[in-house]
Design a protein around this ligand. Structure first.
Ligand code: NAP
Length: 609
């Protein structure tokens, strides 16, 4: 090992350091890092500069009975799709640092399971995606940890924080997987797991504080001074606006993209961000904080017949109807909510439903909070008790469909309106119907931008890109192309788009055709599934163009997928493996490893849900 010339040391110091580090053993190295961290913490406390403080600091440290090797260090690994878990990992690192703990933040994509097993102290912060799946950067590590070949974690202590959404069946599944499997592999849980819902800030901050206190209590011979609880919006960009204070963005324009007679209703929305101080990059998302439909609130009030008109929301008195409309998710029904409701309703029938997951799943299908109130009525429930069951209105994240460089001061969205009927009631998606029906041009939409580091254009503008975006999954690729045009990137661009019908659902058709004409788009392949008897999907087009697609990949192209996670993303993944087999001449196992290698090299990126 050679200390580089650029390091801030004299020639003599560099030689001494190089000599020391060349012969050092791993355990000596661990001891030394702990020692240096301890000295650093002591210096910080003394307020003196290192040159005058090192000796007294070391003396004080040792005098206080603190062996240098006992200064704990912590690896905080994150699995993140939209950046929230990563933001929390960074927050935990900073907080640990304030308490003298040397913490590092580690992307799960950058660690093997063997690396992880070597960590002495581990904090896992991970979201869950789709149907209980790990986020993209955690896929490899998660699979390796679950495999029978996973190593022992006998020397590791750990704590897990899961992020999720209680409206999904497999709430925080990935966090639970890590927690259970680490224990099975012999790791010691030093602090209980937390499963956070969409309003995770405060619960996470409390958990982090208590977890760090416990960590110091167990692993360092120091008195863990209580530190104020930290809140704040992780993942948001620096601006006075964010998760806690969304920006009221004026709606400049809305255009119905679907043709008359389409089975879909897809809108293009243009919002203004001027004056917000918020910015974004292509690949990022916009969080929209919607309000409920007035008739859903009225229906709920009529069915629930609650006692009390005024309620407190965040310490402010508010009438029940506006509290429900603006502040609470009053439609999403979850098992957790129904169980808490039944503490008041005390219904045997509901208890039975809740006691059998399959029966509960059948009941839940297509039902909302209002159905629960109608099916298991409680006479004269206090309004405030009812509100206590609901969660705060969660924001909805939409992939941004514009580039700030091409559309300064604006942010565009592509949103399909969700409308359906179940159990005799008409239902709507809260956010999509909010945007389609309740916000008029000139009105405002509460929003904030959220970064997605895992879905970015390649830094080198010459790198070719292949984009697969059926339906509204095409949104971020509009942003990518706008950006590449705005910065004059020379790389080739290939788009696969699919939807139901050519004449009705070809989203942004004119724009793609313009891009083809002026050469920005090198190739466009479309798959209209319902224009013929048999279905044609984007992966069928990939297959038809497999030789060329493989050539692009061999030439270094990045491969992007956005859209439906449930079926499309898996089928496209499978096609990629098959193309590696057929055109790369690989065995199935090698082809799978090759595609996994592309993912690890951040050349295969997905934004799917
Ligand atoms: P969609 O339902 O995905 O349909 C688009 C096209 O894909 C249709 O032609 C559909 O065909 C076809 N399709 C169906 N199954 C497929 C499969 N297994 N493989 C390939 N194509 C398949 O379009 P959408 O209504 O616009 O919904 C888009 C989806 O993407 C939603 O689930 C949305 O939540 C998600 N989305 C995610 C992001 C993100 O992750 N950031 C952004 C935007 C949208 P048929 O219907 O004829 O079968």
């Amino acid at each position: 090992m050679q200390i580089p010339d650029s390091a801030p040391f004299s020639e003599e110091q560099r030689v001494a350091l190089t000599r020391l580090l060349s012969g050092i053993t791993p355990s000596q190295f661990t001891w030394l890092t702990g020692f240096v961290a301890g000295v650093e913490a002591a210096i910080r406390q003394s307020g003196l500069t290192p040159s005058v403080a090192v000796e007294p600091a070391v003396g004080a440290m040792l005098g206080a009975g603190l062996r240098a090797a006992s200064v704990p260090s912590l690896a905080i690994v994150y699995g993140s799709e939209s950046g929230n878990a990563e933001g929390l990992a960074q927050m935990a690192r900073k907080e640990a640092g304030k308490r003298g703990i040397k913490a590092t933040v580690v992307d799960m994509a950058d660690r093997t399971v063997a690396d992880l097993a070597r960590e002495k102290h581990l904090v896992v912060i991970t979201s869950t995606w789709g149907d209980g799946d790990p986020p993209d950067n955690a896929v490899g590590l998660h699979a390796a940890l679950m495999s029978p070949e996973a190593p022992s974690f006998g020397g590791t202590s750990y704590a897990v924080c899961g992020l999720g959404d209680t409206s999904y069946d497999k709430f925080c599944q990935t966090g639970k997987d890590f927690d259970r499997r680490l224990e099975e592999l012999g790791a010691q849980r030093f602090y209980e797991r937390i499963d956070c819902d969409t309003d995770y800030e405060q619960p996470f901050a409390r958990w982090m504080d208590a977890m760090l206190v416990e960590f110091l209590k167990r692993f360092a011979a120091v008195d863990p001074a209580p530190v104020a609880v930290v809140g704040g919006g992780a993942g948001a960009v620096a601006s006075e606006y964010g998760k806690k204070k969304p920006f009221p963005a004026p709606l400049k324009e809305k255009i119905l993209l679907s043709g008359r007679g389409s089975g879909k209703e897809v809108w293009h929305h243009e919002l203004l961000l001027e004056g917000s101080g918020m910015s974004y990059e292509p690949g990022d998302s916009l969080a929209v904080v919607p309000s409920n439909r007035a008739e859903d609130v009225e229906r709920l009030l009529a069915v629930g017949k609650f006692r009390g008109e005024q309620v407190m929301v965040d310490g402010v008195s508010c009438d029940l109807s506006s509290a429900l409309q603006v502040h609470y998710d009053c439609t999403g029904l979850t098992k957790n909510l129904a169980s808490k409701y039944n503490e008041v309703a005390k219904s045997d029938k509901l208890s039975k439903l809740l006691g059998d997951s399959e029966v509960w799943r059948q009941y839940l299908d297509g039902r909302q909070v209002v159905d629960l109130l109608a099916d298991f009525p409680v006479a004269g429930m206090e309004a405030s008790d009812f509100l206590g069951l609901l969660r705060k209105m969660p924001p909805r994240l939409y992939s941004i469909a514009s580039s700030l460089r091409a559309c300064p001061g604006e942010v565009h969205l592509t949103v399909a309106t969700v409308r359906y009927e179940t159990h005799g009631r008409d239902r709507v998606g809260v956010a999509s119907s909010f945007l389609a029906d309740r916000v008029k041009v000139g009105g405002t939409v509460p929003v904030y931008t959220t970064t997605n580091k895992n879905f970015k254009l390649p830094v080198d503008g010459d790198t070719p890109i292949i984009m697969v975006g059926p339906g509204t999954g095409v949104a971020p690729f509009r942003a990518f192309l706008q950006e590449r045009q705005a910065v004059g990137a020379k790389g080739r661009n290939w788009l696969f788009f699919g939807d139901q019908r050519y004449t009705l659902d070809f989203l942004y058709q004119v724009e793609w055709q313009e891009y083809l004409k002026d050469g920005l788009l090198t190739r466009l392949d479309v798959a209209f599934s319902r224009d013929q008897k048999h279905k044609i999907y984007v992966q069928n087009r990939m297959e038809e163009r497999a030789a060329e697609l493989w050539r692009w990949l061999e030439e270094g192209a990045c491969f992007y997928v956005c859209g439906d996670a449930e079926r499309m993303a898996g089928d496209v993944h499978e096609m990629l493996i098959r193309i590696a087999e057929t055109h790369g001449g690989m065995s199935r196992i090698d082809a799978e490893a090759h595609v996994e290698g592309l993912r690890k090299a951040k050349r295969y990126l997905r934004d799917v849900y």
